[in-house]
Design a protein around this ligand. Structure first.
Ligand code: SAM
Length: 257
């Protein structure tokens, strides 16, 4: 079982609390809009970006390691009537193989952070490189790690979602992050509470999710080592260029022609 499986039912209501959720979606949908060929989304999740990209007329392949996320994704694809345009594959970003080289591969919403070691990230980037057509692009993003924010939030539960319906009860989702600065990792716990109509907790689960951040200089070193050309680096999801004080790093890389 993978860490995302128990989160699949709540993924969308949980993630919408993240301020990057919508801007990230808008960025990738626009970034994909000028690609004619084969587009692949790594870590497709429940499909929100791939579905919008397919609605714009593209053929998309989605890859994810979590069977439960893929089940939700398949349901969303069917509701959108896009079965013909989107193919799903259960695979690992570090070892996927495409039957046809891609013109654009995307890895949205800082999902590179789910690859926990530097070697995992290198292996994934090498795999992307191998599966790109000449001139093809790879786009991924990650936030700029903010140590002060991390220190202020270490171990403190944050409410990500709360709803209480007097007739059916409530649902509350809390995130707690424990940082390990030396290994560049954080152990997250996603706590899901269900309550009765009176707000009394009747069911509770703590779901671990391990994450690792990456610094811009580490990305630069990796992409140069692998052989990508750097087309652009954005510092926000509005296509603003990367600056010292940017909150995001969004890399547009190219397989040389
Ligand atoms: C943060 S979610 C992003 C989902 C979607 N791209 C979005 O923007 O909403 C990360 C996704 O990556 C998947 N994932 C994590 N590690 C993976 C791996 N090694 N190989 C393939 N998918 C992976 C998870 O199962 C999850 O669906």
């Amino acid at each position: 079982m993978c860490e995302y499986d128990p989160l699949a039912d709540i993924y969308e209501i949980w993630s919408t609390a993240d301020p990057a959720y919508v801007p990230c979606y808008n960025f990738y949908v626009q970034a994909c809009s000028n690609t004619q060929g084969c587009i692949v989304e790594l870590g497709i999740g429940t499909g929100r970006i791939a579905i919008a990209v397919a609605q714009n007329g593209n053929i998309v392949t989605g890859i994810d390691i979590s069977s439960r996320m893929l089940e939700h994704c398949q349901t969303n694809i069917e509701h959108a009537g896009l079965d013909e345009q989107i193919t799903l594959i259960q695979d690992d970003i570090r070892s996927f193989e495409l039957s046809q080289k891609a013109d654009l591969i995307i890895l949205p919403f800082r999902s590179i952070g789910h690859l926990l070691t530097h070697d995992d990230k290198r292996t994934a980037l090498q795999q992307v490189y191998k599966n790109l057509a000449a001139g093809g692009r790879f786009i991924f993003d990650h936030y700029i790690f903010n140590k002060q924010w991390a220190l202020a939030h270490h171990g403190i539960p944050r409410l990500m979602h709360g709803s209480l319906d007097p007739s059916i009860g409530g649902k509350f989702i809390w995130d707690t992050y424990l940082y390990d600065f030396s290994s560049q990792r954080m152990q997250c716990f996603i706590t899901i509470e269900k309550t009765n109509q009176n707000g009394i907790v009747i069911q509770k689960s703590h779901n671990p999710l391990t994450f690792s951040w990456i610094l811009p200089e580490q990305v630069r070193e990796l992409v140069m080592e692998i052989g990508f050309e750097i087309e652009s680096v954005y510092g926000d999801f509005m296509f603003g260029s990367f600056q010292e004080n940017s909150s995001e790093q969004i890399w547009v890389l190219r397989y040389p022609e």
